[in-house]
Design a protein around this ligand. Structure first.
Ligand SMILES: NC(=O)c1ccc[n+]([C@@H]2O[C@H](COP(=O)([O-])OP(=O)(O)OC[C@H]3O[C@@H](n4cnc5c(N)ncnc54)[C@H](OP(=O)(O)O)[C@@H]3O)[C@@H](O)[C@H]2O)c1
Length: 271
């Protein structure tokens, strides 16, 4: 990587000195979020659950593209409260602080309600909703000590509209919106009570991507995908980078007056 390429990777310095933990940060939307945060100067910790090969590939590519950004990867199952607490502690230990938590990791296990197994229901709720709760709880404690922080939930348009075969996923993603608003209220209240109001505050927001071109969509049959595209006013799938740019915007210090909000990135799908 030459100095010129380094400069090209860096798009700004809105997040200089900040440390971000992005769950599911080693591929798909999460990897794009890591890159966009690093492009604004943040140091980045990327979480993953078990695909070590992809995590290593991500780490190698990332270090080449953003040599100025300190980066680490952290393995843990976010369905496990202990793993959530451990990985947040690891990030703080490794980087000295945690300014930005992006609850991005998520899974699908689609089946119609009548065919949904207890395990498919529980696993998707545990990963997609409970994981974000445990991680936010651990991060919030640290952010409250300093009086500043940013939490961004990656929900889904399906959490707002529902989706055939996705009762578990839609319920978890809708649950994230309630969690976002409650955390936003509690964080604001606690920051005000603590008197640590340096102007940055702690904000909590959600992003609801529409259908986005990642491996998550690989299980959707081509014909179904064509049908879905036909319903998107902009006529195409979203790109991970198009979700990521909203996340780095929300993570910036200057976005401190935006909290408890839901940001759609879906090509107009929910109009
Ligand atoms: N793609 C879409 O169309 C779309 C639309 C709306 C919302 N979203 C949401 O956006 C987020 C990212 O989606 P994506 O399409 O980028 O997904 P993806 O390509 O399938 O990547 C998922 C990431 O999450 C990690 N992960 C999965 N289960 C985990 C667990 N139990 N503990 C910790 N990490 C775990 C994976 O780690 P490993 O690599 O180790 O498996 C991977 O890094 C998800 O929350 C998804 O629901 C996606």
């Amino acid at each position: 990587m030459t100095a010129t390429q380094t400069r090209t990777s860096r798009a700004g310095d809105k997040l200089s000195g900040r440390v971000a933990f992005v769950t599911g940060g080693t591929r798909g939307i999460g990897a794009a979020i890591c890159r966009s945060l690093a492009a604004q100067g943040a140091d980045v910790a990327a979480g993953y659950s078990g695909n070590t090969e992809r995590a290593e590939m991500f780490a190698q590519d990332f270090s080449g593209a953003y040599p100025d950004s300190r980066m680490s990867v952290h393995r843990g199952d976010i369905a496990s409260p202990d793993d959530c607490r451990r990985t947040v502690a690891e990030v703080i230990e490794r980087h000295g602080r945690l300014d930005i938590l992006v609850n991005n990791a998520g899974i699908t296990a689609d089946r119609t309600v009548l065919k949904m197994t207890d395990d498919d229901w529980r696993r998707v709720i545990d990963v997609n909703l409970s994981g974000a709760f445990y991680l936010s709880q651990a991060a919030l404690k640290h952010m409250l000590e300093r009086g500043s922080g940013r939490i961004v939930m990656i929900s889904s348009v399906i959490g707002e509209t529902g989706g055939i075969g996705q009762s578990n996923y839609a319920s978890a993603k809708a649950g994230l919106l309630g969690l976002t608003k409650t955390l936003a209220r509690e964080a604001a209240m606690q920051v005000q009570r603590s008197g640590k109001t340096d102007g940055l505050g702690i904000t909590v927001n959600a992003v609801t991507p529409g259908y986005t071109a990642t491996e998550m969509l690989e299980s959707v049959p081509e014909k179904v995908l064509d049908g879905l595209k036909g319903k998107i006013p902009l006529g195409r799938l979203g790109e991970p980078e198009e979700v990521a740019r909203v996340v780095h915007f929300l993570a910036a210090d200057a976005s401190g007056y935006i909290t408890g909000q839901v940001w759609g990135v879906n090509g107009g799908l929910d109009m």
